[in-house]
Design a protein around this ligand. Structure first.
Ligand SMILES: Cc1cc2nc3c(=O)[nH]c(=O)nc-3n(C[C@H](O)[C@H](O)[C@H](O)COP(=O)(O)OP(=O)(O)OC[C@H]3O[C@@H](n4cnc5c(N)ncnc54)[C@H](O)[C@@H]3O)c2cc1C
Ligand code: FES
Length: 361
């Protein structure tokens, strides 16, 4: 009988530990059902105690998350009204004093451990998950590809010119943001312009593995960088590299309305092999006197035989614009380029509230 006694005591101890762990989990709010209240009017019961970002996504509410939840993009912000715990060190670099005071947080860093009340912009509730099929791929330059996606389910995406979508790289847990480069009237197929980043996870997949016919999941549309349709201000557009994507969408939209606004578009590249869609935009400028296109090379090679604008895009913009106090600016490209361009625009008296940009970080 004694040989049975020891295992029985062991089992008893394990049962007690398990009960204690369950009670502790309950006390901490984990495991059981919790309630997330969104914008006063929507209530979702959830079981998960993962991140708010992934929990909402399981319930088909898609918050932008270009870094896939690694606290490096800062796009997944929302307003926390109740619950959710204190700000984590990983969130601090992305929140300024004003945002902290308002309760703004990163949804990838906040765990759903208790009932929560949150606010997210109404437009985000329109973002959906789309099953798509790649219908066309084209090399635009040595390191930039155009990829066209046919929307399968749902079969169309409505978006504002300038907004972006997120691409889920199949097989690996990688999600990246890409501006929509196509005409917003083409709702059944959308185009992205993707530049290869050396050793980049998503861009290496797109450049080395993606093929016509592949099935890809996109989410969107996202972003508050889009054409201000109610405005009739003159426009300055500045882009570098793949930053041409959202400006192309904006210009297609304006072209379809017979270019009702005066637009100067500056595109910066290093050498001639980095230029693309040059003919297309020069043709547009011939068709519409309201539209001027300034492709510029910062380091043209002798064999480029380049007779156009030369210099850093900031210098090219500086010498080709006048007073901007009544103008609107749309900037797209690397954070460094955008910051430098904003300084030049400020010199020409642009108003802060009339500058719109998407930093491709
Ligand atoms: C709102 C938004 C819109 C965007 N739209 C576009 C678009 O239309 N076209 C496009 O090509 N990209 C766009 N991007 C950038 C894109 O989301 C990815 O960051 C980029 O493609 C790199 O992803 P990756 O997985 O290949 O690189 P990762 O694996 O994330 O990065 C690999 C390495 O490269 C560095 N790195 C990351 N991004 C860049 C970069 N852009 N340039 C130089 N180094 C980088 C990283 O710091 C890291 O060291 C956009 C980003 C944002 C936030
Ligand atoms: S998803 Fe990128 S910081 Fe949260």
């Amino acid at each position: 009988m004694e040989y049975l006694f020891v295992p029985l005591i062991l089992i008893g101890v394990l049962v007690v530990i398990a009960i204690l762990l369950l009670l502790a989990e309950k006390a901490l709010g984990g495991g059981g059902e919790k309630i997330i209240q969104i914008n006063e009017d929507q209530i979702i019961p959830v079981k998960s105690d993962g991140s708010l970002l992934s929990t909402l996504s399981e319930h088909k509410i898609f918050i932008p998350s270009a870094c896939g939840g690694k606290a490096t993009c800062g796009l997944c912000k929302f307003k926390l009204i109740e619950g959710g715990g204190e700000i984590k060190p990983t969130e601090e670099p992305f929140l300024n004093a004003e945002e902290r005071a308002e309760g703004i947080r990163l949804s990838c860093q906040v765990k759903v451990r208790d009932n929560m009340k949150i606010e997210i912009p109404k437009e985000l509730l329109n973002a959906k998950e789309y099953k798509t099929k790649v219908s066309y791929i084209e090399d635009l330059t040595h390191d930039i590809k155009l990829v066209r996606f046919k929307m399968i389910d749902p079969d169309h995406m409505n978006f504002k010119p300038g907004q972006y979508a997120q691409l889920n790289v199949p097989g690996i847990d990688v999600i990246r943001a890409y501006s929509i480069a196509s005409n917003p009237k083409d709702i059944h197929e959308i185009e992205l312009i993707i530049r290869q980043v050396p050793s980049g996870k998503a861009t290496t997949f797109v450049h080395k593995a993606l093929e016509v016919g592949d099935k890809i999941t996109l989410t969107g549309p996202y972003g508050d960088f889009y054409l201000q349709e109610e405005s009739n201000r003159d426009m300055i557009c500045i882009a570098g590299g793949s930053g041409k994507a959202p400006i192309r969408s904006i210009l297609y939209y304006l072209r379809d309305q017979n270019m009702p606004r005066k637009v100067k578009y500056f595109f910066g590249a290093k050498t001639k092999k980095d230029l693309y869609y040059t003919e297309e935009f020069l043709e547009l400028s011939k068709e519409f006197p309201n539209f001027e296109y300034y492709p510029a090379l910062s380091e043209p090679l002798p064999e480029d035989n380049w007779t156009g604008q030369v210099g850093l895009i900031t210098d090219v913009v500086d010498r080709n614009i006048g007073d901007l106090s009544e103008a609107e600016a749309y900037l797209c490209g690397s954070p460094g380029m955008i910051n430098a361009c904003i300084k030049v625009l400020n010199k020409h008296e642009i108003r802060k509230e009339n500058v719109y940009y998407d930093k491709f970080s």
